[in-house]
Design a protein around this ligand. Structure first.
Ligand code: KG4
Ligand code: ZN
Length: 377
Protein backbone atom coordinates (compact mmCIF):
# COMPACT_ATOMS: atom_id res chain seq x y z
CA UNK A 1 0.00 0.00 0.00
CA UNK A 2 1.26 3.48 -0.82
CA UNK A 3 1.62 6.09 1.90
CA UNK A 4 -1.35 8.34 2.64
CA UNK A 5 0.34 11.54 3.60
CA UNK A 6 -1.30 14.61 4.99
CA UNK A 7 1.24 16.99 6.44
CA UNK A 8 0.65 20.22 8.32
CA UNK A 9 4.35 21.07 8.52
CA UNK A 10 4.07 24.02 6.13
CA UNK A 11 1.11 25.49 8.04
CA UNK A 12 2.99 25.48 11.36
CA UNK A 13 6.38 26.41 9.89
CA UNK A 14 6.03 30.21 10.27
CA UNK A 15 5.46 29.68 14.01
CA UNK A 16 8.37 27.27 14.57
CA UNK A 17 6.15 24.68 16.25
CA UNK A 18 2.67 23.18 16.23
CA UNK A 19 -0.07 25.77 16.86
CA UNK A 20 -2.98 23.92 18.54
CA UNK A 21 -5.81 25.90 16.96
CA UNK A 22 -4.33 25.54 13.49
CA UNK A 23 -3.82 21.81 14.07
CA UNK A 24 -7.50 21.48 15.02
CA UNK A 25 -8.60 23.42 11.94
CA UNK A 26 -6.41 21.34 9.62
CA UNK A 27 -7.52 18.03 11.16
CA UNK A 28 -11.14 19.02 10.61
CA UNK A 29 -10.32 19.71 6.98
CA UNK A 30 -8.17 16.67 6.28
CA UNK A 31 -9.47 13.74 8.32
CA UNK A 32 -12.29 12.73 5.98
CA UNK A 33 -10.22 13.05 2.76
CA UNK A 34 -7.46 10.89 4.31
CA UNK A 35 -10.01 8.34 5.57
CA UNK A 36 -11.57 8.18 2.10
CA UNK A 37 -8.16 7.74 0.54
CA UNK A 38 -7.26 4.89 2.91
CA UNK A 39 -10.58 3.08 2.39
CA UNK A 40 -10.27 3.45 -1.36
CA UNK A 41 -6.74 2.09 -1.26
CA UNK A 42 -8.02 -0.91 0.75
CA UNK A 43 -10.86 -1.31 -1.79
CA UNK A 44 -13.40 -0.74 0.98
CA UNK A 45 -14.94 2.50 -0.32
CA UNK A 46 -18.35 1.91 -1.90
CA UNK A 47 -21.06 4.45 -2.64
CA UNK A 48 -24.68 3.85 -1.63
CA UNK A 49 -28.17 5.08 -2.26
CA UNK A 50 -29.45 5.96 1.16
CA UNK A 51 -33.09 6.75 1.82
CA UNK A 52 -32.28 9.61 4.14
CA UNK A 53 -35.76 10.60 5.13
CA UNK A 54 -36.31 7.75 7.59
CA UNK A 55 -36.53 8.55 11.28
CA UNK A 56 -33.77 6.11 12.09
CA UNK A 57 -31.28 8.08 10.04
CA UNK A 58 -32.40 11.38 11.44
CA UNK A 59 -31.74 10.06 14.90
CA UNK A 60 -28.36 8.61 13.96
CA UNK A 61 -27.26 11.83 12.26
CA UNK A 62 -28.37 13.81 15.28
CA UNK A 63 -26.09 11.70 17.48
CA UNK A 64 -23.18 12.23 15.05
CA UNK A 65 -23.75 15.98 15.30
CA UNK A 66 -23.70 15.70 19.08
CA UNK A 67 -20.48 13.68 19.10
CA UNK A 68 -18.84 16.24 16.81
CA UNK A 69 -20.49 19.30 18.29
CA UNK A 70 -17.19 21.06 18.97
CA UNK A 71 -15.89 20.24 15.47
CA UNK A 72 -18.60 21.72 13.27
CA UNK A 73 -16.61 21.62 10.02
CA UNK A 74 -15.72 17.98 10.58
CA UNK A 75 -19.32 17.18 11.54
CA UNK A 76 -20.54 18.45 8.16
CA UNK A 77 -17.90 16.51 6.25
CA UNK A 78 -18.57 13.35 8.28
CA UNK A 79 -22.31 13.47 7.60
CA UNK A 80 -21.76 13.92 3.87
CA UNK A 81 -19.32 11.05 3.88
CA UNK A 82 -21.66 8.71 5.77
CA UNK A 83 -24.55 9.59 3.47
CA UNK A 84 -22.53 8.90 0.36
CA UNK A 85 -20.57 5.77 1.32
CA UNK A 86 -21.51 2.38 2.73
CA UNK A 87 -20.15 0.88 5.90
CA UNK A 88 -16.87 -0.83 4.84
CA UNK A 89 -17.84 -4.44 4.31
CA UNK A 90 -16.10 -7.77 4.31
CA UNK A 91 -14.29 -8.42 1.06
CA UNK A 92 -11.83 -10.83 -0.47
CA UNK A 93 -8.31 -9.67 -1.16
CA UNK A 94 -4.68 -9.65 -0.10
CA UNK A 95 -4.75 -13.44 0.06
CA UNK A 96 -7.70 -13.61 2.47
CA UNK A 97 -10.77 -11.83 3.72
CA UNK A 98 -10.58 -8.26 4.95
CA UNK A 99 -12.86 -6.12 7.03
CA UNK A 100 -12.50 -3.34 9.56
CA UNK A 101 -12.93 -5.04 12.90
CA UNK A 102 -11.61 -2.26 15.10
CA UNK A 103 -11.17 1.51 14.98
CA UNK A 104 -7.94 2.60 16.70
CA UNK A 105 -7.37 6.23 17.55
CA UNK A 106 -4.66 8.20 19.37
CA UNK A 107 -6.18 9.68 22.52
CA UNK A 108 -3.01 11.06 24.16
CA UNK A 109 -0.61 12.40 25.13
CA UNK A 110 -0.50 15.60 23.08
CA UNK A 111 -2.17 18.92 22.55
CA UNK A 112 -5.85 18.55 23.44
CA UNK A 113 -7.24 20.61 20.51
CA UNK A 114 -5.22 18.45 18.12
CA UNK A 115 -6.34 15.18 19.74
CA UNK A 116 -10.09 15.78 19.95
CA UNK A 117 -11.02 15.87 16.24
CA UNK A 118 -9.47 12.42 15.70
CA UNK A 119 -11.03 11.02 18.87
CA UNK A 120 -14.47 12.36 18.05
CA UNK A 121 -14.40 11.24 14.43
CA UNK A 122 -13.38 7.74 15.58
CA UNK A 123 -16.22 7.79 18.12
CA UNK A 124 -18.71 8.88 15.46
CA UNK A 125 -17.63 6.13 13.07
CA UNK A 126 -17.66 3.54 15.84
CA UNK A 127 -21.21 4.54 16.78
CA UNK A 128 -22.52 4.73 13.22
CA UNK A 129 -20.86 1.62 11.81
CA UNK A 130 -21.07 -0.33 15.08
CA UNK A 131 -17.39 -1.20 15.01
CA UNK A 132 -15.54 -1.41 18.36
CA UNK A 133 -13.13 1.40 19.18
CA UNK A 134 -9.86 1.46 21.11
CA UNK A 135 -7.83 4.44 22.34
CA UNK A 136 -4.09 4.22 21.72
CA UNK A 137 -1.27 5.90 23.61
CA UNK A 138 0.82 7.77 21.05
CA UNK A 139 4.10 6.97 22.85
CA UNK A 140 3.28 3.28 23.09
CA UNK A 141 2.66 3.37 19.35
CA UNK A 142 6.12 4.87 18.73
CA UNK A 143 7.49 1.97 20.74
CA UNK A 144 5.64 -0.60 18.63
CA UNK A 145 6.53 1.14 15.36
CA UNK A 146 9.74 -0.91 15.28
CA UNK A 147 7.64 -4.00 14.57
CA UNK A 148 6.00 -2.63 11.43
CA UNK A 149 8.62 -4.55 9.53
CA UNK A 150 7.48 -8.00 10.65
CA UNK A 151 10.73 -9.84 10.01
CA UNK A 152 12.26 -7.94 12.91
CA UNK A 153 10.25 -9.27 15.84
CA UNK A 154 11.99 -12.66 15.96
CA UNK A 155 15.05 -11.44 17.91
CA UNK A 156 13.05 -9.37 20.37
CA UNK A 157 13.37 -10.30 24.04
CA UNK A 158 12.56 -8.77 27.42
CA UNK A 159 13.64 -6.88 29.42
CA UNK A 160 13.85 -3.98 27.00
CA UNK A 161 14.84 -0.35 27.23
CA UNK A 162 12.95 1.97 24.88
CA UNK A 163 14.15 5.47 24.09
CA UNK A 164 11.19 7.45 22.79
CA UNK A 165 12.24 10.79 21.30
CA UNK A 166 9.70 13.04 19.63
CA UNK A 167 8.72 16.69 19.35
CA UNK A 168 6.90 16.55 22.68
CA UNK A 169 8.57 13.75 24.63
CA UNK A 170 11.92 12.29 25.57
CA UNK A 171 11.53 9.20 27.71
CA UNK A 172 13.46 6.11 28.73
CA UNK A 173 11.09 3.24 29.40
CA UNK A 174 11.86 -0.13 30.91
CA UNK A 175 9.62 -2.80 29.48
CA UNK A 176 9.52 -6.12 31.31
CA UNK A 177 6.77 -7.68 29.28
CA UNK A 178 4.04 -6.71 26.82
CA UNK A 179 2.16 -3.79 28.34
CA UNK A 180 4.41 -3.67 31.41
CA UNK A 181 6.15 -0.30 31.42
CA UNK A 182 8.22 1.63 33.90
CA UNK A 183 9.25 5.17 33.13
CA UNK A 184 12.84 5.41 34.35
CA UNK A 185 13.71 8.84 32.99
CA UNK A 186 12.38 11.74 30.95
CA UNK A 187 13.14 15.30 30.02
CA UNK A 188 12.67 17.89 32.71
CA UNK A 189 12.00 20.63 30.16
CA UNK A 190 12.25 20.55 26.35
CA UNK A 191 12.04 17.32 24.37
CA UNK A 192 14.91 16.33 22.07
CA UNK A 193 12.83 17.03 18.94
CA UNK A 194 11.81 20.39 20.37
CA UNK A 195 15.50 21.19 20.87
CA UNK A 196 16.19 20.35 17.22
CA UNK A 197 13.22 22.53 16.20
CA UNK A 198 14.08 25.52 18.41
CA UNK A 199 17.80 25.39 17.57
CA UNK A 200 16.95 25.32 13.87
CA UNK A 201 14.82 28.42 14.33
CA UNK A 202 17.72 30.18 16.06
CA UNK A 203 19.85 29.39 13.02
CA UNK A 204 17.17 30.77 10.69
CA UNK A 205 16.34 27.29 9.37
CA UNK A 206 12.88 25.97 8.55
CA UNK A 207 10.45 23.82 10.57
CA UNK A 208 10.50 20.98 11.46
CA UNK A 209 14.09 21.55 12.48
CA UNK A 210 15.25 17.96 12.96
CA UNK A 211 15.56 16.96 9.30
CA UNK A 212 17.06 20.35 8.34
CA UNK A 213 19.68 20.24 11.11
CA UNK A 214 20.53 16.69 10.04
CA UNK A 215 20.92 17.77 6.40
CA UNK A 216 23.10 20.73 7.36
CA UNK A 217 25.20 18.55 9.67
CA UNK A 218 25.74 16.19 6.74
CA UNK A 219 27.23 19.02 4.68
CA UNK A 220 29.67 19.64 7.51
CA UNK A 221 31.10 16.16 7.45
CA UNK A 222 31.34 16.21 3.67
CA UNK A 223 33.15 19.54 3.41
CA UNK A 224 35.36 18.75 6.43
CA UNK A 225 34.93 22.31 7.54
CA UNK A 226 36.84 23.13 10.71
CA UNK A 227 35.70 25.57 13.38
CA UNK A 228 36.07 25.30 17.14
CA UNK A 229 32.40 25.19 18.06
CA UNK A 230 31.50 23.44 21.29
CA UNK A 231 28.11 23.14 22.96
CA UNK A 232 27.31 21.58 26.35
CA UNK A 233 26.05 17.99 26.84
CA UNK A 234 23.34 18.66 29.44
CA UNK A 235 23.00 16.10 32.26
CA UNK A 236 25.39 13.73 30.48
CA UNK A 237 26.85 12.46 33.74
CA UNK A 238 23.91 12.98 36.08
CA UNK A 239 23.10 10.11 38.41
CA UNK A 240 19.70 9.43 36.90
CA UNK A 241 18.08 8.81 33.53
CA UNK A 242 16.53 12.25 33.11
CA UNK A 243 17.30 14.73 30.34
CA UNK A 244 17.26 18.51 29.97
CA UNK A 245 17.51 20.24 26.63
CA UNK A 246 16.35 23.79 27.23
CA UNK A 247 19.85 24.82 28.39
CA UNK A 248 21.29 23.53 25.14
CA UNK A 249 18.90 25.68 23.15
CA UNK A 250 19.95 28.70 25.24
CA UNK A 251 23.60 27.83 24.63
CA UNK A 252 22.89 27.83 20.89
CA UNK A 253 21.27 31.26 21.24
CA UNK A 254 24.30 32.70 23.09
CA UNK A 255 26.73 31.12 20.66
CA UNK A 256 24.92 32.57 17.65
CA UNK A 257 24.87 36.01 19.32
CA UNK A 258 28.58 35.77 20.11
CA UNK A 259 29.43 34.77 16.55
CA UNK A 260 27.34 37.65 15.20
CA UNK A 261 29.15 40.10 17.50
CA UNK A 262 32.42 38.76 16.20
CA UNK A 263 31.09 39.59 12.71
CA UNK A 264 31.31 35.93 11.69
CA UNK A 265 29.26 34.89 8.69
CA UNK A 266 26.60 32.70 10.36
CA UNK A 267 25.43 31.24 7.07
CA UNK A 268 28.84 29.73 6.43
CA UNK A 269 28.94 28.32 9.93
CA UNK A 270 25.53 26.65 9.83
CA UNK A 271 26.82 23.17 8.89
CA UNK A 272 29.32 23.28 11.77
CA UNK A 273 26.70 24.55 14.22
CA UNK A 274 24.14 21.98 13.06
CA UNK A 275 26.71 19.22 13.41
CA UNK A 276 27.51 20.23 16.98
CA UNK A 277 23.81 20.57 17.94
CA UNK A 278 23.10 17.11 16.53
CA UNK A 279 26.17 15.62 18.24
CA UNK A 280 25.30 17.16 21.56
CA UNK A 281 21.68 15.91 21.57
CA UNK A 282 22.59 12.46 20.28
CA UNK A 283 25.53 11.98 22.64
CA UNK A 284 23.34 12.59 25.66
CA UNK A 285 20.56 10.34 24.33
CA UNK A 286 22.94 7.49 23.51
CA UNK A 287 24.98 7.70 26.72
CA UNK A 288 21.90 7.55 28.93
CA UNK A 289 20.31 4.74 26.92
CA UNK A 290 23.43 2.59 27.16
CA UNK A 291 23.72 3.33 30.87
CA UNK A 292 20.11 2.23 31.39
CA UNK A 293 20.58 -0.87 29.23
CA UNK A 294 23.55 -1.89 31.37
CA UNK A 295 21.89 -1.16 34.69
CA UNK A 296 18.74 -3.14 33.87
CA UNK A 297 20.65 -5.90 32.05
CA UNK A 298 18.31 -5.68 29.08
CA UNK A 299 18.21 -8.02 26.12
CA UNK A 300 16.78 -5.50 23.62
CA UNK A 301 16.89 -1.77 22.99
CA UNK A 302 14.18 0.11 21.08
CA UNK A 303 14.56 3.56 19.53
CA UNK A 304 11.29 5.28 18.52
CA UNK A 305 9.66 8.66 17.84
CA UNK A 306 10.22 11.36 15.22
CA UNK A 307 13.85 11.94 16.22
CA UNK A 308 14.52 8.25 15.49
CA UNK A 309 14.51 9.36 11.83
CA UNK A 310 17.88 10.97 12.56
CA UNK A 311 20.43 8.86 10.69
CA UNK A 312 23.31 9.82 12.95
CA UNK A 313 21.35 8.82 16.08
CA UNK A 314 20.22 5.51 14.57
CA UNK A 315 23.69 4.57 13.39
CA UNK A 316 25.64 5.73 16.43
CA UNK A 317 23.28 3.94 18.80
CA UNK A 318 23.55 0.78 16.69
CA UNK A 319 27.36 0.95 16.71
CA UNK A 320 27.59 1.67 20.44
CA UNK A 321 25.31 -1.25 21.27
CA UNK A 322 27.32 -3.54 19.00
CA UNK A 323 30.57 -2.51 20.68
CA UNK A 324 29.50 -2.27 24.31
CA UNK A 325 26.57 -4.70 24.51
CA UNK A 326 27.10 -7.26 21.76
CA UNK A 327 24.39 -9.61 23.09
CA UNK A 328 21.70 -6.93 23.05
CA UNK A 329 19.40 -6.69 20.00
CA UNK A 330 18.63 -3.24 18.67
CA UNK A 331 15.36 -2.19 17.05
CA UNK A 332 14.51 1.08 15.34
CA UNK A 333 11.63 1.82 12.97
CA UNK A 334 11.99 2.23 9.23
CA UNK A 335 12.54 5.94 8.73
CA UNK A 336 9.10 6.48 7.24
CA UNK A 337 7.56 4.97 10.38
CA UNK A 338 9.66 7.09 12.79
CA UNK A 339 7.59 10.25 12.56
CA UNK A 340 3.88 10.16 13.43
CA UNK A 341 1.90 7.75 11.29
CA UNK A 342 -1.33 5.78 11.42
CA UNK A 343 0.23 2.38 10.75
CA UNK A 344 1.87 2.35 14.19
CA UNK A 345 -1.49 3.16 15.81
CA UNK A 346 -3.16 0.22 14.06
CA UNK A 347 -0.33 -2.15 14.95
CA UNK A 348 -0.43 -1.09 18.61
CA UNK A 349 -4.17 -1.77 18.69
CA UNK A 350 -3.46 -5.24 17.36
CA UNK A 351 -0.81 -5.90 20.04
CA UNK A 352 -3.05 -4.51 22.77
CA UNK A 353 -5.98 -6.66 21.81
CA UNK A 354 -3.85 -9.76 21.50
CA UNK A 355 -2.34 -9.26 24.91
CA UNK A 356 -4.73 -7.24 27.00
CA UNK A 357 -8.06 -7.11 25.23
CA UNK A 358 -8.78 -3.48 26.04
CA UNK A 359 -11.71 -2.14 24.07
CA UNK A 360 -13.58 1.04 24.83
CA UNK A 361 -17.17 2.10 24.37
CA UNK A 362 -17.38 5.09 22.02
CA UNK A 363 -19.37 6.88 24.71
CA UNK A 364 -16.51 6.77 27.20
CA UNK A 365 -13.46 7.58 25.09
CA UNK A 366 -11.92 11.00 25.76
CA UNK A 367 -8.73 12.71 24.66
CA UNK A 368 -6.17 12.78 27.47
CA UNK A 369 -3.49 15.40 26.85
CA UNK A 370 -1.35 14.20 29.76
CA UNK A 371 -1.72 10.45 29.30
CA UNK A 372 1.27 8.66 30.87
CA UNK A 373 2.74 5.49 29.50
CA UNK A 374 3.65 4.21 32.94
CA UNK A 375 -0.04 4.12 33.78
CA UNK A 376 -0.53 1.24 31.36
CA UNK A 377 0.05 -1.88 33.36
O1 KG4 B 1 6.97 11.79 16.67
P1 KG4 B 1 6.89 13.03 15.84
O2 KG4 B 1 6.62 12.88 14.37
O3 KG4 B 1 5.79 14.00 16.41
C1 KG4 B 1 5.61 14.14 17.79
O4 KG4 B 1 5.06 13.21 18.40
O5 KG4 B 1 6.11 15.16 18.32
O6 KG4 B 1 8.25 13.82 16.08
C2 KG4 B 1 8.46 15.07 15.48
C3 KG4 B 1 9.84 15.52 15.87
C4 KG4 B 1 10.11 16.98 15.44
O7 KG4 B 1 10.63 17.68 16.55
C5 KG4 B 1 11.14 16.82 14.34
O8 KG4 B 1 12.04 17.90 14.25
C6 KG4 B 1 11.85 15.56 14.75
O9 KG4 B 1 10.83 14.72 15.22
N1 KG4 B 1 12.54 14.93 13.63
C7 KG4 B 1 13.88 14.78 13.57
C8 KG4 B 1 14.17 14.22 12.31
N2 KG4 B 1 13.00 14.03 11.64
C9 KG4 B 1 12.01 14.47 12.47
N3 KG4 B 1 14.85 15.11 14.46
C10 KG4 B 1 16.11 14.85 14.11
N4 KG4 B 1 16.48 14.34 12.92
C11 KG4 B 1 15.55 13.99 11.99
N5 KG4 B 1 15.92 13.47 10.82
ZN1 ZN C 1 5.05 11.26 17.74
Amino acid sequence: MANAVSSQAKIHAPFGGVVPTLAKREHQKNLIPVLKWALKEAKLLKTQNLKLKTQNYNLKFKTIKQILEREDVLAGKTLNFLKKYQKPLLREGYGGQAKIDLIAVTYGPGLAPALWPGVNLARALSYYWQIPIVGINHLEAHLFSVFLENKKISGFRFPTIALIVSGGHTQLILMKNWGNYKLIGETRDDAAGECFDKSARLLGLSYPGGPVIAAEANKFSISNFQFPIKLPRPMLNSNDFDFSFSGLKTAVLYLVEKLKKEKKNIKNLIPALANEIQNSINEVLITKTIKAAKKYKVKSVILGGGVAANASLRDRLAKTIKNELPDVSYFCPERKFSTDNAAMIALTAYFNLKNRKRKTNWKNLEADANLRLKEIK
